[in-house]
Design a protein around this ligand. Structure first.
Ligand SMILES: Cc1cc2nc3c(=O)[nH]c(=O)nc-3n(C[C@H](O)[C@H](O)[C@H](O)COP(=O)(O)OP(=O)(O)OC[C@H]3O[C@@H](n4cnc5c(N)ncnc54)[C@H](O)[C@@H]3O)c2cc1C
Length: 418
């Protein structure tokens, strides 16, 4: 029998946990190092959507103009905090450079394949007896109220169909018949039947317990502070709880990835995209399908017997301020689409927030560092990290074990901004 190889994963968000899951499956001994408690990152309170529908990255035509317009509205769903921070300026310039049709058409098939692989793996994970995280495969409704949003979304739906995704364009009454228990005030919707959803809090806690039971060493409150390296190789990971060594290092780290990368002498641009969510009762006016309220950019997901409502994207450095104006913007949007849901402004203590790790071109980073031979980078998934986590974890394990890759990763090269 060969000796098991050892891996350190930095970051115990969903990307780190899924990487651990597939590494363990491939026979690796795994240690996860996290500066928090695994519940205080971006991976629990999100909208829980698995989204092959998101084959167009955030850096897309029209987003720059929308972003500028929305900057002057305190309740808007997208906001870039104006700043002379050089990191933000350079991130913004890269975003503008990539927000064009040519780039989007080039990367869409790569993103589609990653999403479809991930959805397939979610189905397998849901079949694990120890994991019961509310996987439901009924798609997502993109609801629109205005003709303009309808035209835009139907255009995307046609692109999705050309890419082979299972998508239906529905009129008002077709949508209403899919949601028989609650009234809808909309013009129509696109039903991305290729999408699915889960209860992410359950996935994170159960996966953590599963990994512990499989012998994964999970170190919480353990901040990675530096690396000891030489000869193209990371020799040890220095932390607030001492030094750790292994054959392989996997760097996740979510919105904090640039600081980690910098300690390893690499440039991996990521800006935090802060978003909020809260739970409301699903009551008797039950919502059956998850939805995205297109004009308002709000996500609605039935999960764990309740409904999670989430939204906003504030591009700004990590901060713990809860901007209740933006939460109010989310609250206001819900009854515009679901008149039965007269949602109250939640108390500050009931508002969750998380930082989406947003790369400037809207694509994740998955692959080996060109600087360190034993370092794999996995992160920067922005608004799609929950959905893309199993595929990312599987690819990490395949890269580590030098196995054939389940899907191509050329578009996700972590060295592309060096
Ligand atoms: C409102 C909202 C809704 C969303 N909805 C969806 C959705 O429906 N579908 C979807 O796919 N995605 C969604 N997302 C995005 C998704 O939540 C993220 O992409 C995903 O959680 C990122 O996972 P991660 O593991 O990369 O980062 P994180 O979950 O943030 O984990 C990173 C971890 O690294 C650790 N870390 C960082 N630096 C260090 C260090 N120096 N030392 C040790 N540990 C460190 C942190 O403590 C943290 O635990 C949503 C996000 C928000 C905010």
């Amino acid at each position: 029998m060969s000796t098991p190889r050892s891996a350190i994963i930095i970051g115990g968000g969903i990307i780190g946990l899924c990487s651990a899951y597939y590494l363990v499956q491939s026979g690796w001994e795994v240690t996860i190092l996290d500066k928090g408690n695994l519940a205080d990152n971006c991976s629990s309170g999100n909208a829980g959507m698995i989204v092959p529908s998101h084959f167009i990255p955030l850096a897309a035509p029209g987003m720059v103009a929308k972003g500028i317009r929305w900057m002057f509205n305190s309740k808007s769903p997208f906001y870039v905090k104006p700043s002379l921070n050089p990191k933000l300026i350079s991130w913004g310039l890269q975003f503008i450079k990539h927000a064009n049709d040519k780039q989007v058409n080039k990367v869409a098939p790569h993103l589609r394949d990653l999403h479809l692989l991930s959805k397939l793996l979610y189905r397998e994970l849901a079949a694990e007896p120890q994991l019961n995280f509310g996987f439901e495969d009924k798609g997502i409704l993109m609801l629109y109220k205005t003709a303009k949003a309808g035209v835009e979304e139907i255009h995307v739906a046609k692109q999705a169909q050309q890419l082979g995704l299972d998508v239906d364009v529905l009129n008002y009454s077709q949508v209403q018949s899919l949601e028989p228990h609650t009234e809808l005030n909309i013009k129509g919707a696109v039903h991305y039947r290729c999408d699915a959803h889960i209860y992410p809090n359950a996935l994170v806690t159960q996966l953590t317990a599963y990994l512990k039971a499989k012998g994964v060493n999970i170190q919480t409150n353990c901040t990675v502070t530096n690396f000891t390296a030489g000869n193209n190789h990371i020799d040890s990971v220095n932390t607030s709880s001492g030094n750790f060594s292994a054959d392989l290092v996997v760097m996740t780290g979510g919105a904090w990835m640039p600081e980690l990368a910098k300690k390893a002498g690499m440039n991996i641009p990521v800006m935090p995209g802060k978003g909020y969510s809260f739970m409301v009762d699903n009551a008797d006016k039950k919502i059956v399908h998850p939805s995205l309220l297109l004009e308002a950019r709000v996500a609605i997901t039935p999960m764990n017997g309740k409904v999670r409502i989430g939204g906003t994207m504030e591009i700004a450095p990590v901060n713990s301020k809860i901007n209740m104006n933006r939460v109010q913007g989310i609250v206001n949007a819900v009854p515009d689409y679901y008149p039965d849901y007269q949602v109250k402004l939640p108390q500050v203590k009931d508002v969750w927030y998380g930082f989406r790790p947003c790369s400037p071109d809207g694509l994740p980073y998955i692959g080996y560092s060109e600087k360190w031979s034993n370092l794999i980078v996995a992160g920067g998934h922005g608004m799609m990290g929950l959905g893309l986590a199993p595929a990312t974890g599987k690819l990490v394990a395949e890269l580590a074990s030098q196995s054939a890759l389940s899907t191509g990763i050329s578009a996700f090269d972590p060295n592309r901004f060096n």
